[in-house]
Design a protein. Structure first.
Length: 125
């Protein structure tokens, strides 16, 4: 059995991590934006956590409004991603998968909001 792979996207994701580790947020975000474009047509079913890296990095870069928009975009695209990779599964299975991913999205959105509130509080003091 062969598994789908996408080495070019994987390189971009590793670059984003390296940039984030060095706190070069704009470079990390650029790499993730390129990766997201590739992931949208990739044969690989990337986990929702991979899709959520972009909004989380945007928040950490101080770009909170963009971050929330990116969360909205990931959320809106979730049913299509599930259908693309799991269209052969029953509709109730797909609905549960969408709900599970949306729970992860909401949890990460709340994390970004808490981080942003702490960042703003820190800058005001």
């Amino acid at each position: 059995m062969m598994f789908a792979s996408d080495p070019d996207t994987d390189v971009l994701l590793r670059e984003a991590t390296a940039h984030a580790d060095a706190k070069r947020w704009d470079d990390a975000i650029c790499a993730l934006q390129q990766a997201a474009q590739r992931m949208a047509r990739s044969p690989v079913d990337y986990p929702v956590e991979t899709w959520l890296r972009l909004p989380l990095y945007l928040q950490r870069a101080g770009r909170f409004v963009e971050s929330m928009s990116a969360f909205d975009e990931v959320d809106a695209q979730t049913p299509a991603r599930i259908a693309r990779f799991f269209g052969h599964k029953p509709a109730d299975w797909q609905a549960r998968a969408v709900a599970e991913q949306r729970t992860v999205i909401a949890t990460k959105r709340a994390l970004a909001s808490r981080r942003e509130a702490a960042r703003q509080k820190k800058t005001k003091t």
